[in-house]
Design a protein around this ligand. Structure first.
Ligand SMILES: [Zn+2]
Length: 610
């Protein structure tokens, strides 16, 4: 029911009537240990239980894949429903009648009706094309084509692949005799009005692939010719239902496989996707030939944190996809690039070499994005000449400057120096130039920029008892705030001023919580968990709730201790930042200034300890 908003009271009534242990217990075998119940995680493959459900908290959290949420999140995730749909499902489960849909205006209703009709007509058209693949007099060529592509009958059936026969009015006539409104077919770009009168079919003599959204509803079609006619591929035009920048082909089929594999493979077209599925490689989706967009990246991020791009090395599609890499990274995805032998697409590769080869040699050897970009650059320049080397270093430095991780940056720079046999200092000098132009103005009073705060910590990710201490301080602070202790808002403001985070994601969380408090909301961790769509934030919220660090007694004292701890962290970061700059700086005057800064910071650090 889009456009319909349930009241908080109603949501709480539904929540109260659906105990999370009962709801999850219907799908997952749970065993009680203390106040917590444990089972095998339904969101990732495992042999020993790391999925916990808490009666007290009325939330679940997986220590393996960090899936987390409330009873509503669980239903949303397992049944792939929107939040309102999950509320309705659980209301029905508890026999709670839905409230009157007050927010449903006639205009909203009319729009919904129109969309429902569009979906229905697409469904009818899918059925029609399927029947034509079996019956049309000229369909044998299409069936032969699919067989040549190695697609077995059961996959063809499951994916509802069909055939648009040759001729100009097959679909028009079939629609007329089934009383399907022609205006709707026009809206969907399946038929076109003639200049005089009547209509003609857009898709003729083509294999028809239904393009479905992530819920499996057909929103468009892709048509592939059987001969050398052009265009080889023809897609439905964009419509109310079909926005190709917001859609990934095959997600409805691939999503459970993506969950199991822990990553998604992105290929160029739907035929590659179908081929992969045919060979049992399920975690594959396709972009529809455009540069990747932010909505697509976010869509992927709902299902996984890791993406492997798998394109023909020489295709224009790869170039388009490379333009989208930054978007994927920005959406928080880890990106790798798998390159296929020149001139081959995944389909060729699978047919000629089989699934194991594809999984191990192609996907298994995918390069992290930076390595991939560097190897592309290496090909571009003549590294036997001095000119080529210096141009390569400049180009490589611009790639490295975008990295968020200092350790990785340094390691890459050292490797480049070794590889092309130039002094490390030369590569670092170039990198410093780029870093200066790439990073925002150096900021706060401690002399560290916003970026470096999380950078240094990213480098400390190995179990570090000191970092752990800071993390516990953050868990405690957030725990206090989520329990609405007095002075929560001031706590968050003070923390934002320090601008230091042992968990980088806490910057976002602190902002979110402060916003809520400033809107006059009482924080409710379950409602918050339901509202956040970012998996990272959701995971962090659950971590805080599950951490054993909560100390509600003497909240004020605990809070000020924790803030003190974060002040220490801020100074540590600032010191590390200055030291790092000192290592690379050659200018004597700047070095002198940096040494002075360092001295001041060390004094401050001592002051805090006493
Ligand atoms: Zn899990």
């Amino acid at each position: 029911m889009p456009g319909f908003v349930f009241t908080d009271d109603f949501i709480e009534q539904v929540r109260g009537a659906n105990d999370i242990v009962e709801v999850i217990g219907q799908q997952v075998h749970l065993e009680q240990k203390g106040k917590t119940l444990w089972g095998l995680c339904p969101f990732h493959a495992e042999k020993t239980p790391s999925f916990s459900v808490s009666t007290d908290k009325q939330m679940y959290y997986c220590f393996g894949c960090h899936a987390s949420g409330t009873v509503f999140n669980f239903v949303m995730e397992t049944a792939k429903l929107s939040f309102p749909e999950a509320v309705r499902t659980l209301a029905a489960r508890a026999n709670i009648p839905l409230p009157e849909a007050v927010a449903d205006s006639p205009a909203v209703r009319a729009k919904r009706k129109e969309r429902q009709l569009l979906y229905r007509v697409n469904q009818w058209t899918t059925d029609y094309f399927c029947s034509q693949l079996r019956q049309a007099t000229d369909a044998k060529a299409a069936r032969d084509y699919l067989a040549r592509r190695g697609l077995a009958a059961d996959l063809v059936e499951k994916m509802r692949i069909g055939y648009a026969p040759a001729g100009w009015t097959n679909l028009v006539e079939a629609a007329e005799s089934s009383q399907v409104p022609l205006a709707t077919l026009v809206q969907l770009g399946l038929i076109v009005p003639r200049q005089q009168s009547g209509y003609y079919d857009c898709f003729r003599a083509r294999v028809m692939i239904p393009i479905a959204d992530e819920r499996g509803r057909v929103v468009a079609f892709g048509g592939r010719v059987l001969d050398d006619a052009l265009p080889k591929y023809l897609n439905s035009p964009e419509s109310v239902l079909f926005d190709k920048g917001r859609l990934l082909f095959g997600l409805h089929y691939a999503s459970p496989f993506i969950g199991k594999a822990g990553c998604a493979v992105l290929v160029e077209g739907y035929m590659d996707c179908l081929a992969a599925w045919q060979y049992g490689v399920g975690h594959v989706v396709a972009s529809l030939g455009t540069a990747l967009t932010m909505p697509q990246a976010r869509l992927l991020k709902r299902y996984t944190n890791q993406v492997i791009l798998c394109y023909d090395a020489d295709s224009s599609g790869l170039r388009a996809a490379l333009r989208g890499l930054d978007i994927l990274v920005k959406a928080g995805l880890q990106v790798k690039v798998a390159t296929l032998p020149s001139g081959k697409d995944p389909d060729d590769c699978l047919r000629q070499q089989g699934a194991d080869y594809f999984l191990q040699e192609i996907l298994g050897k995918a390069q992290p994005i930076t390595e991939f970009q560097l190897s592309m650059l290496r090909r571009e320049y003549d590294l036997d000449t001095v000119d080529g080397k210096s141009q390569f270093v400049v180009a490589a430095a611009s790639v490295l400057a975008r990295l968020n991780n200092e350790v990785a940056k340094t390691a890459y720079a050292q490797r480049i120096a070794r590889e092309i046999q130039v002094p490390e200092a030369a590569v670092f000098a170039e990198l410093t130039k780029h870093t200066r132009t790439a990073s925002p103005a150096r900021g706060d009073k401690l002399g560290n920029s916003r970026d470096t705060t999380s950078v240094d910590l990213a480098a400390m990710t190995e179990p570090d008892p000191v970092l752990r201490g800071f993390q516990i301080a953050e868990d405690k602070l957030l725990g206090l705030v989520l329990n609405n202790v007095t002075g929560s808002e001031e706590l968050l403001v003070a923390w934002q001023e320090l601008d230091v985070y042992a968990y980088p994601i806490d910057r976002e969380l602190v902002e979110l919580l402060k916003d809520e408090l400033q809107k006059g909301q009482v924080l409710d961790v379950r409602r918050l968990r339901e509202q956040v769509t970012s998996p990272e934030l959701g995971k962090r919220l659950a971590q805080v709730v599950w951490s054993d660090s909560l100390e509600l007694e003497n909240a004020a004292i605990v809070a000020s201790d924790c803030l003190g701890k974060l002040k220490q962290l801020a100074i540590r970061c600032a010191i590390a930042d200055v030291q790092k700059r000192l290592q690379k700086e050659v200018d004597v005057a700047i070095r002198k200034q940096l040494l002075q800064d360092l001295q001041i910071l060390i004094e401050k650090q001592k002051g805090l300890r006493h």
